[in-house]
Design a protein around this ligand. Structure first.
Ligand code: TRP
Length: 332
């Protein structure tokens, strides 16, 4: 029991999650929860680096917890907590700031992208985002961090900061490894299948959100782009649209792509798109129902977050005390 390795990840409670996130992240976490000591944070401190509506931020924070649970993540196996409930994140972030160079942060790809997108609000928090993320990970002495490709550079900087600190003082932080999960299919945008389905795509018709109802799901699949010709074959190069839909169908029905092709032999694109939409809607319906049920039991959810914050604060506190001691903060 005790020798399980620690796994840490976090999601911002801002944008709606898509079926791409479900397949790429949450469904993988389901199998990881048995083998690792898992911490999953709801990263509301990262979220405010871009201006948020307070009521929405509050609502989305519990909604994300309810969603995790509805997908089958087990609070007995994973520690769920809200980042702002554990003050050690802000505290370690401050210390790590003094081990991070301004030039390094200015060069981060995501910082450059977000500065361009939010030119009216290029705040210090936006620039400090990777340092806060390093603090998140290092506080828990995480061995593994499952994240998407877009977080690779942030993970690299967390490793650099950990090594830098360890070299100046003595081994203090576990140097984390990224888990860039390749299991599970890549889901493309329904309107532009060569692009990854994204929670913040400009065209919402290209993304299926986990909160979409059956009508919306069917409507979006009906509008999905297909390819010239009429056969329903898996051929990502020549038929990216059809292949993406076949992938989605296979993931959501548990069938292989070959079996999926066989299901649609001799059928037209219209029937095909409808069937894919139904497969997705059928899979999401019970998750959405369970999420709603959980959201109506706020006491239960708050309790999970309370226990999560206690456990997280205990682990994080141990690391923070070590750091304070090493850097020469006077202890009483
Ligand atoms: N930046 C991550 C994202 O947007 C979220 C995040 C915050 C995170 N802290 C983390 C992920 C620590 C992994 C580990 O996806």
């Amino acid at each position: 029991m005790e020798d399980k390795k620690t796994l840490y990840s976090a999601i911002q409670p801002t944008n709606n999650l898509t079926i791409g996130n479900y397949v790429g992240a949450i469904s993988n976490w389901l199998s990881l929860q048995n083998d690792y000591d898992c911490y999953y944070a709801i990263a509301n401190m990262h979220a405010i680096t871009v201006r948020q509506d307070p009521a929405e931020l509050r609502r989305k924070t519990v909604a994300l917890l309810a969603l995790y649970l509805a997908c089958g993540l087990d609070p007995q196996k994973c520690c769920f907590y809200v980042q702002s409930h554990v003050s050690a994140h802000a505290e370690l972030c401050w210390v790590l700031n003094t081990f991070t160079y301004v030039g390094e942060m200015e060069r981060m790809t995501q910082f450059k992208d977000k500065s361009a997108r939010h030119a009216e609000n290029v705040n210090m928090g936006l620039m400090d985002y990777p340092v806060l993320m390093a603090a998140d990970i290092l506080l828990y002495q995480a061995h593994y961090v499952p994240v998407g490709e877009d977080q690779r550079q942030h993970l690299e900087i967390a490793r650099d900061i950990a090594q830098r600190f360890n070299n100046i003082y003595s081994p203090t932080f576990t140097v984390p490894e990224g888990l860039f999960l390749k299991v599970g299919a890549k889901i493309g945008d329904l309107q532009d299948p060569l692009k990854k389905m994204s929670k913040s795509a400009e065209n919402a018709n290209g993304s299926i959100f986990l909160t979409d109802d059956k009508d919306a799901i069917i409507r979006k699949f009906k509008r999905a782009v297909t390819d010239s010709g009429s056969e329903i074959l898996f051929d990502p190069e020549n038929k990216p649209g059809v292949s993406n839909l076949l992938t989605i169908y296979s993931v959501f029905t548990g069938k292989t792509v070959k079996e999926a092709e066989a299901d649609f032999e001799g059928k037209g694109y219209g029937d095909f798109k409808l069937a894919v939409g139904e497969a997705v809607a059928d899979k999401l319906a019970p998750i959405q129902l369970e999420q709603q049920r959980l959201l109506s039991d706020r006491g239960y959810l708050d309790n999970i977050l309370k226990e999560g914050a206690e456990k997280a604060a205990y682990t994080a506190g141990k690391t923070l005390r070590k750091v304070y001691k090493k850097i020469g903060f006077y202890q009483i």
